[in-house]
Design a protein around this ligand. Structure first.
Ligand code: GLN
Ligand code: ZN
Length: 760
């Protein structure tokens, strides 16, 4: 029988985050690199076995990575930025990812609209690229010795270029002619591996509004890649949205198959006719790789049947909608979840079983299902039914309050507000602050864990948190920062912390998803209507404020970010869920200001990653995202200063929307991109205050005073001192005190020098 079930890719961090742990031990000098390699090998084997035992026909190799697959691709193509040349092997690899004493790390940015971050390759016309396919070839062979013939995953040349940065200015696509021969050579090497090798070439860039330039590259690229060897079957794979324009071209190339996401790109249905005519294989992504809800097998069966009305059933392959990288590993470790809720969920390993049943049903019919498979199908149907009707989900009070709401905004215009705030708060030009969190020390984590597990009581726990806050406040005062924070020791995570205190949220014990490198997040899941039973942050902010005469900034996470960093219920539109969260945050702001907190930061770290990938959907998203930020913050008094923080480095497309959110101050992530990004704020005549991050907190490197002085001066070339705040580019929780203290001291010193020079 031909092969029918297909897994786009599998998560790699390990179900107990083994990879994270060994990497961090290696970076800390506590483990040899050999230990990393051993763990990596164990994990790959385990993940392949999971897929094999679930009966998956297409299992990937080269979906594994020690840090990131874009970085792997850059290394494979020899795209090594000049500052790292001379280094080798793992030293080179991790220096590119994380920086080292001499060089800053490569830029990192979000992978499409997910919370996964990839390393942005740096390309230049001067460079010569050279292929090194060892990693990929070895992984294929490694699987083969285990008796598993894998398909090989690659990031396609068009996506690679499209997501890279030309450091010498021009367009990365101009390097196409230089890069393509390396891909040809790569496929040639691959073709030696076996009589037939399937290669999945990921081209997610096709799901964005594809400019003519990109479209014009598709045919020459895939004509050439397909002509390398008859031993290779190429599947061009896309995900997260529809790729209709690219399909139009791909059907006229010799590619063997095309992968489309029917969960997040329903418009892909319009491409079916052309695929049918082309006779190509259709890899149909129908099991959501980005959510944790059980698949609705009845619905999926209908979807597949609908597809099969156009595309020949025999040409179909049933797949996940994208790599399972974006879901947690397995429900096996979820011991504490109520069984009713657990029964609604499915993580990566469980999705494999779903895929197996779905595939068999579709190709062979219900009658072919074995007893156990039939039981799974029945269980799936009743789990979905239980979720639809559960009382946990529907809260009439919340629904009523949200229905009655009108859109809100601040009582005065920005100009009036900022004048009154400056008078009331009295902070200097180039005011210094931080983004909120301070290092999460082992003691802090330990205390939280002990409290959670009932090992210590509330009093002991709170005393320990207060002691940490005392330390943070003392350090910030000694350091000379202008606006202080309490340090967020009580927060495990900026979304989970709020989710835990809101009704309608569920939590996992082990639902970790890779965010970047060794960093994982454990997103809550929103299963029901959201409400706030009591204040969530007031106690800590008020305590911290009582310890200083300086201004203590309150710290909240905004509605859009809570939404974007959670697994969201799929039985309500996202905007309806967002609105419920906004109401809860707005109540928290009222409580904070009533308790004497005068600056409140509402983090919207994930505002941008929630952007739809297609222009046609953007207006609607922006409308409700802005509406809900304003709903959350609109009730703040004129003198209460609302900050927001966003961790990205591209604002060009969204600057008007950011302005419309009407925060008084925004801090942003610029450290890895100089002052280029700030220029857009100037160009559009942005009036509100801006705190462009002046150093990169994602790297352990301690920036020097001189460096920061020149960074601040570069900012001053763009915006006046009255409009600028000075801060790191994100929260400090992932760093160590040994890094944070000197870095912030250098930052304050740099500001002191610049203020001296500009006489302010
Ligand atoms: N206030 C949060 C912190 O400092 C913001 C984190 C973020 O933007 N990702 O950790
Ligand atoms: Zn940030």
């Amino acid at each position: 029988m031909s092969k029918k079930s297909y897994v786009t890719g599998f998560p790699r961090i390990g179900e107990q985050r083994e990879l994270k742990k060994v990497l961090e031990a290696f970076w800390a000098g506590k483990s040899p690199f050999q230990a990393v390699e051993e763990t990596a090998r164990t994990l790959r084997q385990r993940h392949w076995e999971y897929q094999k035992s679930a009966g998956m026909d297409y299992i990937s190799s080269n979906d594994f990575s020690l840090y990131d697959t874009m970085l792997d691709t850059a290394v494979m193509l020899g795209a090594i930025p000049e500052r790292f040349r001379g280094l080798q092997n793992e030293e080179l690899y991790f220096a590119m990812a994380r920086g080292n004493a001499d060089s800053v790390a490569m830029e990192m940015t979000k992978w499409f609209n997910t919370n996964y971050h990839y390393i942005v390759p740096e390309l230049s016309r001067q460079d010569t690229y050279r292929l090194n396919a060892a990693k990929l070839i070895n992984e294929y062979k490694e699987a083969k010795t285990l008796g598993i013939t894998t398909k090989i995953n690659l990031i396609g040349p068009i996506t690679f270029l499209g997501l890279s940065r030309r450091i010498d200015g021009d367009d990365a696509f101009e390097l196409h002619a230089g890069i393509l021969p390396l891909y040809e050579a790569l496929l040639h090497e691959i073709s030696q591996l076996d009589a037939k090798v399937t290669v999945q070439i990921d081209e997610p860039i096709f799901v964005r509004d594809t400019p003519p330039k990109v479209l014009s590259l598709i045919k020459p690229t895939y004509d050439r890649l397909c002509s390398v060897s008859e031993h290779i079957e190429i599947i061009v794979n896309t995900y997260f949205e529809h790729a209709c324009e690219a399909v139009d071209v791909l059907v006229n190339t010799p590619v063997w198959g095309i992968g489309l996401d029917f969960v997040h790109g329903p418009k892909n249905m319009q491409a079916l006719q052309r695929i049918a005519h082309s006779g190509k294989k259709l890899v149909a992504g129908v099991v959501d790789g980005r959510n944790i809800w059980k698949n609705d097998m009845q619905k999926t069966q209908k979807l597949l049947e609908t597809i099969a009305e156009t595309v020949d059933r025999e040409a179909m392959i049933v797949s996940t909608s994208c790599s399972l990288l974006h879901t947690p590993f397995t429900l096996a470790y979820e011991q504490q979840m109520t069984s009713e809720i657990k029964n609604w969920l499915s993580y990566a390993v469980e999705k494999l079983d779903e895929l197996a049943v779905i595939t068999k049903r579709f190709f062979e019919g219900d009658a072919a299902l074995e007893a156990q498979e039939r039981a799974m199908l029945q269980a799936n149907i009743s789990a979905n039914e239980s979720r639809r009707s559960s009382e946990r989900i529907h809260d009439a009070v919340v629904q009523k309050r949200v229905e009655g709401l009108r859109d809100t905004c601040r009582a005065e215009a920005y100009e009036t507000r900022i004048a009154r705030q400056k008078a009331a708060l009295g902070y200097p030009p180039l005011a210094t602050t931080t983004i909120g969190s301070f290092p999460q020390t082992p003691e802090v984590r330990q205390a939280r864990r002990a409290y959670k597990n009932g090992v210590i009581g509330t009093d002991a726990y709170e005393a320990q948190m207060r002691a940490y806050i005392d330390e943070c406040v003392a350090f910030q005062e000694a350091c000379g920062l202008d606006v202080l924070v309490h340090g967020e020791p009580e927060r495990n995570d900026m979304v989970e912390y709020f989710g835990e205190q809101l009704n309608g949220f569920g939590f996992s014990e082990n639902g970790w998803v890779q965010s970047y490198g060794s960093r994982c997040v454990k997103p809550p899941f929103i299963y029901g209507d959201v409400s706030r039973p009591e204040p969530m942050t007031v106690k800590w902010s008020v305590y911290a404020q009582s310890k200083t005469s300086k201004i203590m900034k309150g710290m909240l996470t905004g509605p859009v970010t809570i939404l974007n960093w959670s697994f969201v219920r799929d039985d309500l539109p996202r905007e309806a869920v967002s609105r419920q969260i906004a109401v809860a945050i707005s109540d928290e702001i009222d409580d904070l200001q009533n308790a004497g907190i005068r600056i409140i930061q509402v983090d919207e770290a994930a505002f941008k990653e929630g952007y739809p990938l297609r222009k046609e959907k953007i207006t609607a998203y922006e409308a409700w995202a802005v509406r809900d930020f304003k709903l959350a913050t609109g009730s703040a008094a004129v003198e209460t200063q609302i900050h927001t923080h966003m961790c990205y480095s591209e604002f060009n497309d969204i600057i008007k929307t950011i302005e419309a959110m009407d925060a008084d101050v925004i801090s942003i992530e610029t450290a890895r991109s100089g002052n280029t990004l700030l220029k857009i704020f100037k160009e559009v005549g942005y009036k509100q205050e801006v705190g462009p991050g002046i150093y990169d907190i994602h790297s352990p490197r301690i920036p020097t005073v001189e460096e920061m002085v020149s960074q601040i001066k570069a900012l001053l070339e763009v915006l006046p001192k009255e409009q600028l705040w000075i801060n790191p580019d994100c929260g400090l929780k992932t760093r160590k005190w040994e890094e944070v203290k000197p870095s912030l001291e250098h930052m304050v010193e740099a500001v002191r020098i610049v203020r001296g020079e500009c006489d302010c």
